[in-house]
Write a protein that binds this ligand. Structure first.
Ligand code: MV4
Length: 515
């Protein structure tokens, strides 16, 4: 058993703060690193010590593994938490940590490598009898082989980069006539993006759900799963809303998917926290169909809080305990899921204007709280959101005994929430949460694009609003009182001349409407 006393957090934003909070709870010293854009960032203020990495661009700061390790050694850190993104899935960096005798809080470099290549991961899936999408398990040697495999599995198919992930380097091929250009295009794209031109083929699964299983493995060979998250609400491979449990996964399906995920993790010698991604086909009348292994993410995920809320566990505490050489403190049978959790990723983005990033100074911040609300935030009022990184500001998560109540709490919290000075996705979440398809759990990976198309069509047809029933209009008006505060002015910023006062005035008006 090791004794971790000091952890360097090789990340920024909400996840760095999340990890620092766990360190404090465990009485472990925390070391922050920061770029020039992050001198006054919340994670820098919260950590016990903070060290400058370099200029704002990630390549000069948070991606500089050499600098990060130098600071780790100099500060006397005995472990390093990579968070997500940046260096978190870099096997070479994990190896460098091992060599420097700094415990990397995550899987070993060899487990990362075994699962990092998607063709190798597909072979690993076959070896443990895990269902995966039909197609090739080795890189395609030629255009002829691509045509042959596609003919075997049947069109439509998908070309994917073996070194890719998260939707990068993917191409749908609907018929053999499209194969030649898609094959050459995918290869050169993969070479440019990942430094490897290896591509393989999969049968295209139509309108799947994105379901992922959280796994935890200790260094004694114990491995368990913590159920699933449904991440079907996404746009261009960026998740927007995640929830646990999935509205369509039964206990029986959860056990089958969980057992398969655990088998895969064990076969790769996996340790620490990881996520196994699946596509879940839609079956007849909304029931789920077959599930297929997609890939394994060898890091803590952005959406881990929804799993924490329904399991009552702290995944970062567990990650640290595992890295410390401790055995998992419970068995699979002791994991029980309770209630429902839904997370909104709040981005500084203008969803009404092509989802352009909207960095800048947060001039006003009214954050929600109250029963069943958790917010993992990485910002504060007066902080300037840098344009150099992913513009996620915070994660707003609601927890309740049922999905319907979790939605109600999230809607209530979104009405309390006001962010001034920058554009955010708050309005989009309000729209999604009132949508009947979302409320009934009718979700697949095409859901959000359909909703956005529909509502832009509706916005262009004023008569559609007029034809709404009167009751609906009144409800929309009341619900929109807070929302109107956040509506945009000419220059794209949210209008908050006297935000706090107006917000409370509006609250009083809502009260007035009720009584
Ligand atoms: C697929 C697919 C359909 N069929 N593979 C996108 C992210 C990457 N991890 C894999 N992705 C997909 N792979 C086959 N054979 C559909 C997607 C996909 C998707 C998957 C998960 C979440 C959102 C998605 C959005 C579009 C497409």
């Amino acid at each position: 058993m090791r004794t971790i006393r000091k952890i360097l957090i090789a990340n920024r934003g909400e996840i760095a703060l999340r990890i620092i909070r766990a360190c404090r709870e465990l009485e472990i010293e925390s070391v922050a690193v920061y770029s020039d854009a992050d001198r006054g960032a919340p994670h820098v203020l919260a950590a016990n010590e903070a060290y400058r990495l370099g200029p704002a661009p990630s390549v000069d700061s948070y991606l500089r593994g050499d600098l990060v390790l130098k600071i780790a050694a100099e500060s006397g850190a005995d472990a390093l938490h990579p968070g997500y993104g940046f260096l978190s899935e870099n096997a070479g960096f994990a190896e460098a940590c091992e060599s420097a005798d700094i415990k990397f809080i995550g899987p070993t470099a060899s487990a990362m490598r075994a699962l990092g290549s998607k063709t190798r991961a597909r072979q690993a899936a076959d070896a443990v009898g895990m269902p995966r999408v039909p197609g090739s398990t080795t890189g395609l040697a030629s255009l002829d082989e691509a045509l042959l495999v596609a003919a075997e599995i049947g069109y439509p198919v998908m070309l994917k980069a073996a070194a890719g992930g998260g939707g990068k380097g993917m191409r749908a091929v609907l018929g053999s006539g499209e194969m030649e250009s898609a094959y050459h295009g995918a290869r050169s794209e993969a070479e440019r993006a990942f430094g490897s031109s290896e591509v393989y083929l999969e049968k295209l699964v139509q309108q799947p759900r994105h379901i992922e299983i959280q796994v935890l493995a200790d260094e004694d060979g114990n491995c368990i799963h913590l159920g699933e998250r449904d991440c079907s609400v996404q746009r261009r491979h960026q998740k927007v809303i995640e929830e646990a449990p999935s509205p369509v996964v039964s206990e029986e399906l959860r056990q089958r998917m969980g057992a398969a995920a655990v088998r895969l993790a064990k076969s790769a010698g996996y340790t620490n926290a990881g996520t196994v991604e699946f596509l879940l086909e839609s079956g007849a009348n909304g029931s789920p169909g077959n599930f297929y292994f997609l890939e394994m993410n060898t890091r803590l995920q952005v959406e881990h809080p929804v799993t924490e809320l329904i399991t009552g566990l702290d995944l970062v505490h567990l990650q640290i305990a595992i890295a410390n050489g401790e055995p998992l403190p419970f068995a699979q049978e002791e994991v029980s899921l309770r209630g429902h959790a839904i997370e909104c990723r709040i981005y500084a983005e203008d969803h009404e204007n092509g989802f352009l990033p909207s960095p800048g100074k947060i001039t006003r911040l009214l954050q929600p709280a109250g029963p069943g609300i958790r917010e993992d935030s990485g910002v504060y009022e007066g902080w300037t959101v840098p344009l150099d990184y992913d513009p996620m500001l915070s994660k707003l998560i609601a927890y309740a005994p049922t999905r319907a109540l979790a939605i109600a709490r999230l809607r209530r919290a979104l009405e309390e929430y006001a962010i001034g000075g920058i554009r955010t996705k708050l309005g989009l979440f309000r729209r999604i949460l009132e949508d009947p398809d979302f409320r009934d759990g009718r979700l697949d990976t095409g859901y959000l694009d359909r909703l956005l198309r529909e509502s832009s069509a509706r916005a262009a047809t004023p008569s559609a609003v007029e034809s709404r029933p009167a009751n609906d209009q009144i409800a929309a008006l009341a619900a929109g009182l807070f929302r109107k505060l956040g509506s945009s002015n000419q220059n794209g910023a949210e209008t908050f001349t006297t935000p706090a006062r107006s917000a409370w005035k509006q609250a009083a008006r809502i009260e007035g409407l009720r009584s």
